[in-house]
Design a protein around this ligand. Structure first.
Ligand code: ADP
Ligand code: MG
Length: 329
């Protein structure tokens, strides 16, 4: 009686109906949804990369978020973590806590989730379903050749700092959703917020080229900060080199600062470091990707993250993320 009640009505029907769907059927899944455990044939010659994320209603997403977007994003944020390590996705598990077993909501949520799962050959192999305040936890696992995972800790002084795609679009969309004036190209911006593209292929291509990598979820200022701290180096970033779409560039002009691309967050791009002698290889492998990649700065021995203008003058900002690691003198 002290236990939280399970979803009373049709818990197993619910699982069978919405989640035990053969959208993706991988050979390395010996037993998927339906027993006490999933049985997974992990390749003996690869390392397993595992990550988990929890999304809480009212904290990580608004209660009015469309369930299809929620399903998509649950998968996307996890895949983005695998991308940042250069791992190839394989399996997912889903722990769902639901206030009610609403079939329409579940159908939409599953559709969003499976869309991305199918695209990246990820099989949902199990999970847990309980009743309570809406909370979504997903774990994904993938593979990476031994020693080839892209860690945060490998950046060295002289390495060049790169980002994929462009920055600030999701944050600009969020500003609009939260009441700011409608930006130009609003529909495209909304797409960037609700359906970020995890950079899986890009991350894999960076194996053996990048010395460190991270996915940009909290803004490049904060996330590059994590690379710098883990690597024991510093960096200078040229704010005028930050890649931005037209709408974000226009807003930066209006704001009179680069906070949006630096610390807006939710970009789900990759930020990575590359030794200068590997830049040609980077350009070479990146040719096949639709999103660009852009050099934004350089790693240095002096710890901390500094910003500069193209003129070479320092650019001073309190953009969040900077404080996390600027404890040095
Ligand atoms: P147990 O009680 O043994 O933990 P459950 O009754 O929770 O098993 O789940 C039955 C089966 O359904 C298991 O294979 C479990 O992994 C799977 N499952 C439960 N909830 C979900 C979900 N939300 N998504 C995918 N699989 C689920
Ligand atoms: Mg269970």
């Amino acid at each position: 009686l002290n236990e939280a009640p399970r979803v009373a009505l049709g818990e197993f029907d619910l699982i069978r109906r919405y989640f035990a769907r053969p959208v993706v059927s991988r050979k390395d899944v010996r037993l998927g949804i339906g027993d006490d455990c999933a049985l997974l044939a992990a390749p003996g010659d690869l390392e397993l990369a595992a990550t988990i994320d929890t999304l809480v209603a009212g904290v990580h997403f608004g209660v009015d978020t469309h369930p299809r977007d929620l399903g998509y994003k649950t998968m996307a944020v996890n895949l983005s973590d695998l991308a940042a390590m250069g791992a190839e996705p394989a399996w997912a598990m889903l722990a769902l806590t639901l206030p009610t077993a609403d079939g329409e909501w579940l159908a939409e949520f599953a559709a969003g989730l499976f869309r991305l799962a199918e695209e990246h050959d990820v099989q949902l192999v199990g999970g847990d379903t309980t009743r309570g305040p809406l909370t979504i936890t997903m774990q994904v696992q993938g593979f990476v050749p031994p020693g080839q995972a892209l860690r945060r800790s490998g950046a060295r002084p002289g390495d060049l700092v790169y980002v994929s795609g462009d920055l600030g679009a999701a944050a600009l969309a969020l500003r609009w959703r939260q009441g700011a004036a409608e930006p130009p190209d609003a529909a495209a911006l909304m797409e960037r917020l609700d359906r970020p593209r995890p950079r899986i292929l890009e991350g894999r291509a960076l194996r053996g080229i990048a010395t460190a990598a991270i996915d940009v979820s909290d803004g490049v200022a904060a996330d590059l900060g994590h690379i710098l701290q883990a690597s024991g180096v510093g960096a200078t970033v040229c704010v005028e080199d930050l890649p931005m779409c037209e709408a974000v560039a226009a807003q930066v002009e209006l704001d009179g600062n680069w906070d949006l691309p630096l610390s807006g967050g939710e970009d789900y791009e990759l930020c990575f470091t590359v030794p200068p002698e590997r830049e040609a290889d980077l350009q070479d492998v990146w040719r096949r990707f639709a999103c660009g990649c852009r050099r934004i700065g350089v790693c240095e021995e002096a710890p901390g993250l500094r910003y500069a203008l193209a003129s070479g003058d320092l650019y001073v900002t309190a953009a969040r993320g900077y404080q996390h690691f600027s404890g040095e003198a």
